[in-house]
Write a protein that binds this ligand. Structure first.
Ligand code: RFL
Ligand code: PHB
Length: 400
C-alpha cells in the first residue's frame, strides 16, 4: 500500500452545503482548505432535499461569491398558506416581519453553484475518499487519514471541520462521554416527489393539515414542483405509484386547490424519516461540527439547511479571527453561539411538526385540538407574527 502526506489550514469532511459553503468563505478570506467527500459529485447532486432559503442564507451565498444562481433562479416568497378543515388561510409573512422574505431555491442548485465555484477557483475536493478517520483532534496537530484506491493519504491541518451530516464519521469519532445527545424520532415519514409540472402555488409554500395526514406543496422553479405527503415510516417507495401519490396529495388539500394541481411523471421519489436531534457541544478540541453533523430538525419548518448555513457563518468568522487576528475568542464561543439559535429552530420545527401531522394518538379529539390551534393562529396577529418571524429566520445573535 502506498502512502502520501499533505497539509492544509482547515480540513473539511463532507461536500454537502455546509462543507462547500465553509470552503468558499474560507477561501475568500485567504484560508487554505481541502474537502474530503465519501460520495461522487453525481451522487451528492442526486439527493433532493431542501427548498427554502432564509435571507441570511441567501446573503451568505452572495458573500461566498456564488449568489448569481439564486438571484437568477430563486423565487421570492412573501407568504405561506395553511390548509385545515378543507379551507386555505394565507399568512402575510412579509407584512408581519417588517418586509422580510424567504426564497425558493433548491439545495441541489445551491450545492451545484458551490461545486462549480470551487472547481473554477481550482480548490481541492477529494471525492470518493474511503475510510476517512480523524486523529489527535484533542491536540494542536490534528490529522485525517483516508484511502483512494490502493493509496492511504494523511492530511494534516490546524483544524478539522466535521460537515459530514447526521451519519458522518466526525461526531462518531468523539468519545461517548464527551458528547450529550438529545433526540426525538417521529412515528411517520415524508414521501416526496419531484415532477416537471408547474407548481400549484408559485408564490407561497402550502402546509396542509388533514384527517388523512400532512401534505406540503413546494417548488424548485416555475416548471418544476416538489410535493410531500406524510406516510407510515415503514412504507417503501415501491408502495407508491405516481397515481397513488397524486390521488393522496389531492385528498389532503381543499377541493379548489386540488383541482388546480398539474400532475405528471415523477423524476424523483423518496421517503425521509423525521427526527429532532442535537449534539452538545459542537467543539471538541480542534474538531468543530457544523450542520446536520451536529443537529437535525424535521423538515416541516424548512430550517435544516438554513441552520447549517448559520453554523458555517459563525465557524468561518471564528477561523478568520483565529488566522487573521490571532484571536481564539470566536472558536471558544462557537458552540454556545450556535446552540442558542439551534434550540430556537428545534423548538419551532417540533412545534410546527406537532401542529400539522397526524400522530398515532391524534384521533378525533387530537385532530379537533389541532384545528382549534390553527384557527386561533390564523386569527391572531400575535401567533401569526410568531410563526412568520421564525419562518423567515431569527436574528443571528440573541441578547443574553
Ligand atoms: P449533508 O447535506 O448531509 O452533507 C454531508 C456530506 O458529508 C458526506 N459524508 C462523508 N464524507 C466523508 N467521509 C464520511 N465518513 C462521510 N459521511 C458523510 C455526505 O456524503 C454528504 O455529502 O449535511 P449538511 O452539509 O450539513 O447540510 C444539511 C442539509 O442537507 C439539511 O439540513 C437539509 O437538507 C434539511 N432540509 C431542509 N432544510 C431547509 O433549510 N429547508 C428546507 O426546505 C428543507 N427541506 C430538508 C428538507 C431535508 C429533507 N430530508 C431528506 C431529510 C426536505 C427534506 C425531505
Ligand atoms: C421543499 O421545498 O423541499 C420544502 C419546502 C418547505 C418545507 C420543507 C421542504 O418546509
Amino acid at each position: 500500500m502506498n502512502t502520501t502526506q499533505k497539509r492544509t489550514q482547515v480540513a473539511i469532511i463532507g461536500a454537502g452545503p455546509s462543507g462547500l459553503l465553509l470552503g468558499a468563505l474560507l477561501h475568500r478570506a485567504g484560508i487554505d482548505n481541502v474537502i474530503l467527500e465519501r460520495q461522487s459529485p453525481e451522487y451528492v447532486l442526486s439527493r433532493i432535499r431542501a427548498g427554502i432559503l432564509e435571507q441570511v442564507s441567501v446573503d451568505l451565498l452572495h458573500e461566498a461569491g456564488v449568489g448569481q444562481g439564486v438571484t437568477l433562479g430563486g423565487t421570492v416568497h412573501n407568504s405561506i398558506e395553511l390548509v385545515f378543515a378543507n379551507k386555505r388561510h394565507p399568512i402575510d409573512v412579509t407584512g408581519l416581519t417588517n418586509g422580510k422574505v424567504v426564497t425558493a431555491y433548491g439545495q441541489t442548485e445551491v450545492t451545484k453553484d458551490l461545486m462549480d465555484h470551487r472547481s473554477s477557483q481550482g480548490l481541492e475536493t477529494i471525492y470518493e475518499a474511503k475510510d476517512v478517520a480523524l486523529h489527535n483532534f484533542d491536540s494542536t496537530q490534528p490529522s485525517i487519514t483516508y484511502t483512494l484506491g490502493e493509496t492511504t493519504h494523511t492530511l494534516q491541518a490546524d483544524f478539522i471541520a466535521g460537515c459530514d451530516g447526521f451519519h458522518g464519521v466526525s461526531r462518531a469519532s468523539v468519545p461517548k462521554g464527551a458528547v450529550q445527545e438529545y433526540e426525538k424520532v417521529y412515528p411517520f415519514g415524508w414521501l416526496g416527489i419531484l415532477a416537471d409540472v408547474p407548481p400549484v402555488s408559485p408564490h407561497a409554500i402550502i402546509y396542509a393539515n388533514s384527517e388523512r395526514g400532512f401534505a406540503l406543496c413546494s417548488m424548485r422553479s416555475m416548471t418544476r414542483s416538489r410535493y410531500y405527503v406524510q406516510c407510515p415510516i415503514d412504507d417503501k417507495v415501491s408502495d407508491w405509484s405516481d397515481d397513488r401519490f397524486w390521488t393522496e396529495l389531492k385528498s389532503r388539500l381543499d377541493p379548489e386547490l386540488a383541482s388546480r394541481i398539474v400532475t405528471g411523471p415523477s423524476i424523483e421519489k423518496s421517503i425521509a424519516p423525521l427526527r429532532s436531534f442535537v449534539a452538545e457541544p459542537m467543539r471538541f478540541g480542534r474538531l468543530f461540527l457544523a450542520g446536520d453533523a451536529a443537529h437535525i430538525v424535521p423538515p416541516t419548518g424548512a430550517k435544516g439547511l438554513n441552520l447549517a448555513a448559520t453554523d458555517v457563518k459563525y465557524l468561518s468568522s471564528a477561523f478568520i479571527e483565529y488566522f487573521k487576528e490571532q484571536s481564539s475568542a470566536g472558536i471558544d464561543h462557537y458552540s454556545a453561539r450556535c446552540l442558542k439559535r439551534i434550540w430556537r429552530a428545534e423548538r419551532f420545527s417540533w412545534w410546527l411538526t406537532s401542529l400539522m401531522h397526524r400522530f398515532p394518538d391524534t384521533a378525533g379529539f387530537g385532530q379537533k385540538v389541532q384545528e382549534a390551534e390553527l384557527d386561533y393562529l390564523v386569527h391572531s396577529e400575535a401567533l401569526s407574527k410568531s410563526l412568520s418571524e421564525n419562518y423567515v429566520g431569527l436574528p443571528l445573535d440573541f441578547a443574553e
